[in-house]
Design a protein around this ligand. Structure first.
Ligand code: NAP
Length: 256
């Protein structure tokens, strides 16, 4: 690990998985706008480059976070410039709807590996750098699994996200002696293009979003920036008394 000079010591290094699109893109740009150096990670070089274009401080790493060497590659790329990791945002996810009675092994594995195993191993690899920086892990879950809720058609995705909330609580306790905080953000329905990437038609997306807006007290679905705002704030030193908690950013949908 290289040593940073005193002039760049205040400049934090932030890692955002899934930073090529949606909430990850908005989050990367928001951190960079605040003066942080951001490494965005994803499998698609083109979308990562779009995130970085015109946003000083955003670097890209094309990587599949489920690959066996991914955690070490991500950490090495993050510390390459500054020697540090201050914030690790687990945002990348696979969402593959399937009824419980006809789950396919491939989709189950993809969701568990992307949404649960990859964050476990990436956090493990980043602990020394996070500890040195007094850093924060931010997990992006979903408001759909808050409380005693079911998630029909998305049992595996929901299970991985519920597990992530558990990791937030457990990491907050386990990693506190190392000076590391863990927090979660649970978005509600957010207009990110995720529906298109799940193969839904424009009509299906419009119908789905209209239904979501109608059952949301705020009367609308979220924008990626609505969620990014909270991720950035929770990772600030001023938020240092928050740990082990998951903040719903869902227009109130999870309390009705
Ligand atoms: N949108 C919503 O309504 C909503 C609601 C609740 C929670 N969330 C959560 O918010 C987070 C962001 O969602 P989003 O809506 O912004 O979705 P998105 O735009 O589809 O973002 C997911 C990102 O993850 C990346 N990714 C997927 N698998 C990967 C892998 N194996 N390795 C590296 N990167 C991978 C994708 O990029 P590549 O395909 O290029 O790798 C993509 O950029 C997710 O955790 C999601 O579960 C979203």
């Amino acid at each position: 690990m290289t040593h940073s000079s005193s002039s760049d010591r205040a400049r934090r290094t932030v890692v955002v998985t899934g930073g090529g699109t949606g909430i990850g893109r908005a989050t990367a740009r928001a951190f960079a706008a605040g003066g942080d150096e951001v490494l965005v990670v994803g499998r698609t070089a083109r979308t990562l480059a779009e995130t970085a274009a015109g946003h000083a401080g955003v670097r890209t790493l094309t990587a599949d976070i489920t690959a066996p060497d991914a955690a070490e590659r991500v950490v090495a790329a993050a510390v390459e410039h500054s020697g540090r990791i201050d914030v690790l945002v687990h945002n990348a996810a696979a969402v593959l709807p399937e009824p419980a009675g006809s789950l396919t092994p491939g989709s189950v594995r993809t969701q568990v590996e992307t949404n649960l195993l990859a964050p476990l191993f990436l956090t493990r690899a980043a602990v020394p750098a996070l500890a040195a920086a007094g850093g924060t892990v931010v997990c992006v879950g979903t408001a759909a699994v808050l409380g005693r809720r079911a998630f029909p058609g998305l049992s595996v995705y929901g299970a991985t996200k519920a597990a992530m909330d558990f990791l937030v609580r457990t990491w907050a306790v386990e990693l506190a002696p190392r000076g590391i905080r863990a927090v979660g953000v649970a978005p509600g329905e957010t207009d990110t293009g995720i529906g298109e990437r799940m193969g839904w038609s424009a009509g299906e997306i419009a119908r789905h979003q209209a239904e979501a807006a109608a059952r949301t007290p705020s009367g609308r679905v979220g924008r990626p920036e609505d969620v990014a705002w909270w991720i950035v704030r929770l990772a600030r030193p001023e938020a240092g008394y928050a740990s082990g908690t998951v903040v719903a950013v869902d227009g109130g949908a999870s309390v009705v």
